[in-house]
Design a protein around this ligand. Structure first.
Ligand SMILES: *Cc1c(COP(=O)(O)O)cnc(C)c1O
Length: 459
């Protein structure tokens, strides 16, 4: 019997609304605090960085937010994205489980990041923004925003974490081809960058530092430049929910419903994008899908970090939010999943995790690449090292189903392709990759490095 393995939606199935989990979440979000005063932030502070429509989305509790026609038109370049059943992988594993994946690498820039980049560029254009600044880790967000800025005719400066700038020159070439200017962060262009370099001239950089630099350039531009962030914030997670909305329809076409939905987490956007629409079905329609976030053992913010108020960046310029954090001064090991090296995690995801509505697990680097290679050999697509964390966990769930004989339905998000990550695959293929962990002493030391926030600000 031959079964369908590809579930394609038509143009008219492209979602018309983003889903805002804030409308249904049984937990409310703690306030966002000003990094200087440590009091709740005012719209003024945020409006130096973001256009008003984005700020309104950040704090919205409306359940559905309409996707502007211009953004839907741009989405049509690559959306709806495919949902595939990984039958060859199932066979290779000898599992009775059915494994499905949603393929966000189908976007021209190679990952789910375009879903928010296009929306953010659109709202900035509408508000009259001529230039944006941003940071990028592995270069996926930088590539996506470079493309979006080319579409909407906005200038872009990208602060790229130095270790990725060096490991992944091709991502930089792509950003420059789309018309962006790219700098290896820490740079000497900003106060934040200079102060890091003064202490450590050989600093490999971190997302936290790059965020400080990009935000500083926007905040000190006298309104000439705005700033865009590729993950963590509510509006970014909101834009990503097109992934889960499409996946719900496609699982319906497949005649199945997932027992578990899996995604890798860096700042939490692709996981939330696929998981929140399924969470809505859990909360409102009695479904009982497990929602499982996967992070690297090298940066275990959900599974081992502290749930506390911390700065979003290293230079203590970004707002203080309550999240699972490894501490804003955390310099992550140079693992190849550059997009997963952030010290914190999306506050909305952390609140839901804390409430027990979402599960999390950490996986080591070498086992992750082993899973990526098995996936490539059975399904043909080369996964981004970030996405490979979700694959590792999907495979482990499928192997567990093999042991128990359960016909489990597994859905994971393949957040991007790894065609620019061949150096990492080459290292793996030659036995050069190692696992990096975080010592118990380093975990114990996190609370000392967190800001002290006044009690009255947070109740
Ligand atoms: C950026 C990135 C991630 C991690 O970011 P999230 O906001 O957690 O999704 C994961 N996968 C890919 C392919 C990325 O580019």
């Amino acid at each position: 019997m031959s079964e369908n393995i590809r579930f394609n939606l038509e143009d008219q199935d492209l979602p018309k609304y983003w889903y805002n989990v804030q409308a249904d979440a049984p937990v409310s979000l703690p306030p966002v605090l000003h990094p200087g005063t440590k009091e709740p932030v005012t719209p003024d502070f945020l409006s130096a960085l973001f256009p008003m429509e984005i700020i309104l989305q950040e704090v919205s509790t409306e359940r559905y937010i309409e996707i502007p026609e211009e953004v839907r038109e741009a989405y049509k370049l690559y959306r709806p994205t495919p949902l595939m059943r990984a039958t060859r992988l199932e066979k290779a594993l000898g599992t009775p489980a059915h494994i499905y994946y949603k393929y966000e690498g189908a976007s021209p820039s190679g990952s789910h990041k375009s879903n928010s980049a296009l929306a953010q560029a659109y709202y900035n254009k509408k508000a009259g923004t001529r230039a944006l600044t941003t940071e990028t880790g592995a270069g996926q967000w930088g590539s996506a925003l470079s493309m979006a800025c080319a579409f909407f005719d906005i200038e872009l400066e990208v602060y790229m974490v130095k270790v990725s700038y060096e490991q992944k020159p091709y991502r930089r070439f792509l950003m420059e081809t789309y018309g962006a200017q790219v700098f290896a962060s820490p740079t000497d262009r900003t106060q934040a960058g200079r102060s890091v370099l003064a202490k450590d001239p050989a600093s490999p950089g971190s997302l936290g530092i790059a965020i400080s630099e990009a935000a500083e350039v926007a905040a000190t531009s006298n309104g000439q430049k705005k700033y865009a962030l590729g993950s963590v914030l509510n509006h970014v997670l909101l834009h990503q929910t097109v992934i889960g909305e499409e996946a719900l329809k496609q699982m319906d076409m497949a005649g199945e419903y997932p027992d578990v939905v899996i995604g890798c987490v860096g700042g939490g956007s692709n996981f939330s994008g696929i998981a929140y629409p399924f969470l809505r079905e859990n909360l409102k329609n009695g479904q009982r899908t497990r929602l499982l976030a996967v992070e690297p053992s090298a940066t275990p913010s959900l599974t081992r970090g502290v749930y506390a108020f911390d700065y979003g960046d290293t230079a203590q310029m970004a707002p203080i939010v309550k999240m699972h954090t490894l501490g804003h001064s955390f310099i992550p090991p140079s693992i190849h999943a550059g997009g997963l090296r952030y010290h914190g995690m999306a506050p909305s995801l952390c609140a839901l995790y804390d409430a027990g509505l979402i599960e999390a697990v950490a996986v080591p680097q070498v086992a992750t690449f082993e899973a990526a290679v098995l996936f490539a050999r059975s399904e043909g697509l080369l996964p981004a090292p970030e996405s490979a964390h979700a694959i590792r966990q999907a495979i482990d769930e499928a192997l567990e189903a093999k042991r128990t004989g359960e016909k489990k339905v597994i859905l994971f998000n393949l957040s991007g392709h790894g065609n620019f990550d061949l150096t990492a695959y080459d290292a793996y293929n030659h036995g050069l990759l190692e696992d990096a962990g975080m010592s118990e002493a380093a975990i114990q030391a996190i609370p000392e490095r967190l800001p002290v926030v006044p009690e009255r600000a947070i109740i």
